[in-house]
Write a protein that binds this ligand. Sequence first.
Ligand code: HMG
Ligand code: MG
Length: 299
Amino acid sequence: MKLPERVRLVEVGPRDGLQNEKMPISVEDKVRLVNDLSETGLDYIEVGSFVSPRWVPQMAGSHEVFSKIQYRAGITYAALTPNLRGFEAALEADVKEVAVFAAASESFSQRNINCSIAESLKRFIPVMQAAEHHGIAVRGYVSCVLGCPYEGYIPPLQVARVARELWDMGCYEISLGDTIGTGTPGAARCLIECVAQHVPRPRLAAHFHDTYGQALANLYAVLLEGVCVIDSSVAGLGGCPYASGASGNVSTEDVLYMLNGLGIPTGVDLPRLINAGQRICQVLGRENGSRVARAFTKS
Ligand code: HMG
Ligand code: MG
């Protein structure tokens, strides 16, 4: 297969990137991150989530963040919603796009959202209905697509079944999460081959965490399989609170550098992105997780 002619980058840093941070991050710092990212040419930013504040305290201020960011035309500012309650909270915050999230692993589903896969899918039905009523697009996530922190190997067909259910219920795109970053390029290719029998390839997104340093190689592999949407996180921030040891998503800067090298346009400006990443890393008091950002800022 050929590489895609264009790739769409989905920036998940403000949500996936920050949700696991132990130190409190102010609403102002979150807002500044989103505003900085809005200046880079990205057209999709996952800003926060409407989940239980007891489960994920860091996302408790999402409503306020949504109320304070500077909205730019042409950018989708999205939120995660696990149930109708979350969806209604997102509506109140005037959110225009949401994502529901399921898992391909029963154990992870229980740990992450306190219910079975089947129950989670049932919970999404009223969310989908309400979203349709309000004209809100819904993205669907499947976690643990290349391995589970509790169950280990997850068969691709199991992923495909969940992806198919989300697709059939009306999600316009299915993001495949390698939550713990254990995948390797061969497995990633097999996964896409299997899932693509149930969901059209252009409607699949790759959401790869970089725990084992495989994310870029895996992304290259799935680009060759026709995937043309990539989720990533500025400065490689992040991890899932219910996947212990999982590191951040692949960094947006590193993905962009690779795509630039491949001559695949994205519309995103690397120096601006690096600045956005540097700023949030200063706030967090941590080294930038992007190799590209580190190289650029050293030279
Ligand atoms: P539960 O305890 O089973 O739900 O949690 P419940 O309906 O029994 O409610 C319990 C409490 O939560 C109640 O409050 C509810 O009001 C409240 P209490 O009476 O105890 O004070 N509640 C809510 N509060 C705010 N917003 C809501 C909401 N719903 C109920 N929407 C629930 C179920 C899903 C809520 C919980 O398990 C939860 O919030 N989990 C958080 C999961 C999460 O955010 N995980 C991280 C994101 S997923 C991820 O990172 C993976 C991804 O990046 C892809 C990948 O990498 O693989 C997407
Ligand atoms: Mg994730």
